[in-house]
Design a protein around this ligand. Sequence first.
Ligand code: FES
Length: 257
Amino acid sequence: MVRPDAVIVCISQQHLSAARQRELAALVAEASPVAARLVRLEGTGPHLGDALDQLVAEGHRTILVQPLGLPFSQSLAAWLPGVLAHWQQDRQRPDVTLLLGPDQAIADHTIRDIVRAAVTAEAAAPITAEQKPSLGKPGWNQPPPFRHHLIVCTGPRCHFRGAPNLKLALNEELARSGLGGECLVATSGCLYPCNQGPLLAAYPRGEWYRLLDREAVARFVETVIGRGKPIPELIVHRVAPLGATRSDVMSSKGENQ
Ligand code: FES
């Protein structure tokens, strides 16, 4: 049996806070007898490829990638073998053995153990009469007067292709140019054209951009947001104008092929 000399624990948690992520990373490091990393497969922050690169640079050659979720996403589990093979080929590291662990929630009956412990441990806190009923804060009634809605895909495939850096670079370029107040930047899960990522959808323009590096992000902010002009060579998709019918859309796709 091949024994790993390092482990990467992968979680898929779009809205995990940085503080909770640090807590989980510390737990993973404490529990592991070998070098360990925690990575998120979605959202922002270092991605799986970064963690593999780091561990290999530190000299590790047998790396276990262990999905962690209750249960772990089936589509991500199906995606992981290919992406690990891609990393190995892309980095030309046939000397590195990659192992992929099973979904522990199913394999080790973790959910059953958690539910049993929760019901018997008496650690739950009651919602008391002092708790004020609320669905939201007063400040959540209206958005500020943004002119652009920029949606950065942080789904797993765009994440692997650099979406965390895209979000960071976009926020920095918007702040540097003084245009941040005009843009509502949001993140999303997969928007479909993963192979064209890292991806940003700009509304109301209806243009989807592939922004591969810092230079492209700076160009996007200056040209599209600052001057209101498109950058055709970076656009990977245009949303059909309001009022277009399905057959208009299909025929314009045919013309573009
Ligand atoms: S993960 Fe971004 S388009 Fe699919």
